[in-house]
Design a protein. Structure first.
Length: 456
């Protein structure tokens, strides 16, 4: 009985192979099977033109359109089922597409790297979760959706080219790239590994679709989606780092990778060290604070870096308004690299600042922000870890009439100061105002002549 079962299985696949297209066969015995064996198919449409046919809902393509592409998926290892993925070019592709078909072991007929031509007339075009797909049709509750193309008519629509199979070179990308440029194509991502939380587990739960988290050395994440029916479902995940090749697929805004088999995963290097892109340093400090008597629109705050260049990712400049102990406003300094021995000028009014001082500020913030103090507030510079690096004023004390009032004036850091101070020390500053306490200079300051933004 077992031998009979095996015999029937072989007969089935032989018959199916004959039914599927083979436009390269020149024997006249195949004329009845191939309606197009006596002429060469030529692509007359592009992926974009096909996508443009979609308006709302599933549509049947009525025009005699033919597209071509290169197969990038394989169901040999069981990680793909009922879907054939192909992209418009073998190298540096721009678009990918999928066709639903009811054919098992499709890798025998459409191996990776083979060029195929698809006659679209009579096929259905649909869109699900922002993904275009072509195939047959099924109806549920009166709504038509793209379904698998029956095996009996696959040979009427999908035709392998006579060209030799080519090597599909995956596009090397980074998770920092705009992934919309690579979706539904074959990609390769380097310096990547499975998340610590995934280690010690297998690729997938048996008979269940399973997502695993991949993380690159810059802490960007993407999911690897595996079938619980794949040949490698039971294999333990590799613990090293390296590169992974796979189809970059998506559902709406969510992206994930699908590999053809284990050979797409080469994680044999040592794991990435924890990547640190947030830094602290007391070489960054407040060097000048301005509240000009003649022009409130020319206010600014200047920072200075006496040490090596530093990223200010997740640094903040905070303002405690008057005597408040809670933060009233904050400036996020993320995205700024402060070079060595350089200043950073922050203004709440770009147009007025530029008009008054003759150059544009480095950072523009909103009015009412931490850089728009009227002279009686406390200003605090905080690193990414919440530590106070520098401060002007005393939190909880209104600056009016004190040694940290700079109303209608300025606070200028003494030249000998090269480090921030988490405690306000009045002797580190020259403070100008109109009504400040003893020790301050009661001399209102006018812009631009009394200020030096960008000069330390």
């Amino acid at each position: 009985m077992a031998n009979t079962s095996i015999l029937f299985k072989y007969i089935f696949w032989i018959i199916l192979f004959i039914m599927l297209p083979s436009s390269c066969v020149k024997n006249r015995d195949f004329d009845e099977i191939q309606s197009t064996s006596d002429k060469e198919l030529v692509a007359n449409s592009t992926f974009l033109e096909v996508f443009s046919l979609y308006k709302e809902g599933t549509v049947q393509i009525q025009d005699d359109l033919v597209i071509e592409g290169y197969v990038i998926s394989s169901d040999e290892a069981g990680n793909f089922f009922g879907t054939l993925y192909f992209q418009d070019k073998s190298l540096n592709p721009t678009l990918g597409l999928q066709v639903e078909l009811d054919v098992r072991d499709s890798h025998l007929f459409y191996p990776v790297g083979s060029k195929i031509l698809i006659k679209l007339k009579g096929l259905y075009l649909g869109k699900s979760k922002d993904v275009y797909k072509i195939g047959g049709v099924f109806t549920s509750f009166g709504n038509a959706s793209v379904g698998r193309l029956p095996a009996s008519i696959v040979n009427q629509h999908i035709f392998p080219s006579c060209e030799d199979t080519v090597e599909i070179e995956p596009t090397v990308i980074s998770l920092e790239d705009d992934l919309t440029n690579y979706r539904n194509t074959l990609v390769r991502i380097a310096q990547i590994e499975f998340s610590n939380s995934e280690l010690g587990q297998t690729y997938a739960v048996k008979e269940e679709e399973t997502d695993k988290i991949l993380i690159d050395c810059l802490d960007h994440e993407i999911r690897l989606r595996n079938s619980g029916y794949s040949d490698f479902q039971h294999v333990m995940l590799p613990e090293g780092s390296g590169a992974i090749t796979g189809l970059l697929l998506h559902e709406n805004e969510d992206y994930f990778l699908v590999i053809r088999d284990e050979k797409d995963v080469t994680l044999s290097n040592e794991r990435c060290e924890d990547f640190i892109d947030e830094f602290s340093s007391n070489s960054v400090f407040i060097s000048e604070i301005a509240d000009p008597d003649n022009n409130s629109g020319a206010r600014f705050i200047e920072l200075y870096n006496s040490g090596p260049a530093i990223s200010l990712k997740n640094w903040q400049l905070l303002r405690h308004t008057n005597e408040n102990t809670t933060v009233g406003a904050a400036v996020d300094l993320t995205g700024t690299i402060l070079e060595s021995r350089a200043t950073l000028v922050i203004s709440p009014n770009e147009e007025e600042f530029t008009l008054v001082y003759g150059f544009a500020p480095d950072i523009v913030v909103n009015t009412g922000s931490a850089a728009d103090s009227n002279g009686d507030d406390t200003l605090v510079l905080v690193d990414p870890f919440g530590a106070v690096i520098d401060v002007f004023g005393i939190i909880g004390e209104d600056g009016s009439g004190t040694q940290h009032e700079f109303e209608d004036g300025k606070a200028l850091r003494n030249q000998e100061i090269t480090r921030g101070n988490p405690v306000f020390v009045f002797l580190e500053w020259d403070v100008y105002n109109d009504t400040g306490d003893s020790g301050t200079i009661n001399m209102p300051q006018n812009a631009p002549e009394d200020f030096t933004p960008g000069i330390r």
